[in-house]
Unconditional design. Sequence first.
Length: 197
Amino acid sequence: MIGALAIATASITALTINTPSAGAVEPLLKATLLDTGGNPVGTVILKGKSAIVSRIEVRLRAGAAPALGDFHGFHVHTTGVCDPAPSGTTNVPFGSAGGHWNPSAATHGGHAGDLPSVLIQANGKGFAEFDTDRFPVAALLDGDGSAVVLHAGRDNFANIPSAYSSGEPPVSGPNTATLGTGDAGGRFGCGVVEAIV
């Protein structure tokens, strides 16, 4: 009897360990990052439970990226169009993706679309995974969609204390461009956010 009880207990324990938890996240959305030549440079998987994205996974293979071995700005942008031709208010490649996703009209560093920078190693590969609570699925897939953009340079998140300001005349803190984009440079890769079916 004790042996049968031990076997039953072991079976229940194994079942508990191998069963996905109720809080597990599932892939909900994806984006394939392409450079301006149409070459794939990475994938982004947005995971969560039903209506909210709670985790983002980034895998890069961007051997032609500028500044290999360095960090690159990474953001969700307002429009799900990744046309490599220069366009938009700043007339830059992938300008069709619009600005950073920013429903609260915050300055940079506080945009809902501002994400952690991604390190691209010297071999062009990179990986990042982080949790978030900023993205309702319906908002990312709204009428004009959204896109994920990998920038050519670092993102300073507009963290420029006035003590470091210089210029003629001196500027107190970050300038307008820094407040808008974090000085992350051009748009190296872009991917339209799509539902995983």
